[in-house]
Design a protein around this ligand. Structure first.
Ligand SMILES: Nc1ncnc2c1ncn2[C@@H]1O[C@H](COP(=O)(O)OP(=O)(O)O)[C@@H](O)[C@H]1O
Ligand SMILES: [Mg+2]
Length: 359
């Protein structure tokens, strides 16, 4: 199922610059969580703190009963093997072909034979839709393929936790949508907890089970996707609506007089847009953390904004859900009595591995 990461009172500063303080959250095992935040709020610093590349000033990071910041070096080294990390630039070695790049952690950290290395590398390349690209050099492939190669390398030691830093940086919206589909398909297929850091609002709205928002040196909110997407909290609302109106200004926060001026003009960050249906696996599997659409809202007496959970075909997934679950349980393929998930069967087109052909 992957493992839970429990963060308590985590604080990090560089010299006198506090990056964030008193961050507490539990990242649920096996689910996809997204951490959102304006640029420079310390999202990358947070990921690096989780894997022990940066040491927090105070606070705890529990994985099971291990408290990462306080582990002796050799135990930290062992615990790091639970993590797969996809850094922002993919961090591939430019002089090595994709096969050798992806094989690198296996050759460094295990005593597997070359035959085993080959089997594992090809299996992971298949998982991310990179079959046939083994001999390519990083300089010869597109940004989307580089991210997939970095992802295959992050998966090669079968991590319990996958951390991904800005998968959408440098990718166009179509490539981003394909890569997001790969994450969703992998999540359904692997026993792994996902934490994806992004400032892409569309990714945050459709991909995760949970959303967190880093803002003004603290974690403004963390919880189930529907909770954040229906929140009236001004910062959460402004950020998830990509609105210029609200407490977030050009240079991070606006001052009191700017906010007062907006209030006088009767501006607010707009009506909440509809909550979109979650993007579903394209590989016929169910997400690890799957909840029925609208379930959180219903359980908490929250009326979702009008038009919520309606997909591009006009189907309301609150109503569609029982039929979809039944067709999944019966193992019916899409088109053969099976219900097409939001996004449609051709998204992405069928191809090698989840996520379809390499892009
Ligand atoms: N190793 C470091 N030493 C000093 N300051 C750093 C270091 N790493 C990051 N920072 C600072 O921490 C802040 C947050 O950076 P970062 O985590 O990269 O933001 P984000 O990923 O949210 O865009 C920035 O002001 C950055 O300059
Ligand atoms: Mg960053």
């Amino acid at each position: 199922m992957g493992v839970e990461i429990r963060v308590e009172g985590l604080t990090k500063s560089f010299g006198r610059q506090v990056i964030w303080q008193d961050v507490s959250l539990s990242i649920p095992a096996g689910e996809i969580s997204v951490l959102l935040g304006p640029s420079g709020t310390g999202k990358s610093v947070f990921l690096k703190s989780l894997v022990g590349l940066l040491k927090p000033d105070r606070g705890h990071i529990y994985i099971g009963d291990r408290d990462l910041p306080y582990l002796p070096e050799h135990q930290l080294y062992e615990t790091r093997k639970l993590f797969g990390v996809l850094f922002q630039d993919g961090a591939l070695f430019g002089s090595m072909n994709l096969f050798d790049n992806i094989a690198f952690p296996l050759r460094e950290h295990t005593r597997k034979t070359e035959a085993e290395v080959k089997r594992i590398v090809l299996e992971k390349m298949d998982l991310v839709g990179l079959m046939g690209a083994e001999g390519k050099l990083p300089g010869e492939i597109s940004g989307g393929m580089k991210k997939r190669a970095g992802l295959a390398r992050a998966l090669v030691l079968d991590p319990e936790i996958l951390l991904v830093d800005e998968p959408d940086s440098g990718l166009d919206p179509v490539r981003t949508a394909f890569l997001n589909q790969v994450f969703i398909d992998l999540n359904a297929q692997l026993d792994c907890t996902f934490l994806i850091v992004t400032h892409d609002i569309n990714t945050a709205r459709t991909v995760p089970d949970n959303i967190g928002l880093l803002y003004q040196r603290h974690l403004a909110m963390f919880g189930p996707r529907e909770m954040l997407l229906s929140s009236e909290e001004p910062v959460v609302r402004q950020f998830l609506n990509a609105s210029k109106v609200g407490p977030i200004g050009m240079s991070e926060e606006k001052d009191a007089s700017e906010l007062e001026a907006e209030a006088k003009m009767g501006l607010d960050s707009g009506k909440l847009p509809p909550i979109p249906p979650q993007q579903m696996p394209s590989n016929g599997l169910v997400r690890r953390g799957q909840h029925a659409p609208g379930a959180w809202c219903a359980a908490h007496g929250v009326t979702p904004p009008p038009g919520s959970f309606v997909d591009e075909l006009g189907r309301n997934w609150v109503d569609e859900w029982p039929r979809y679950v039944a067709s999944m349980q019966a193992g019916q393929a899409v088109g053969a009595g099976g219900v097409t998930p939001p996004g449609g069967p051709g998204f992405p087109p069928p191809g090698p591995g989840p996520g379809g052909a390499a892009h």
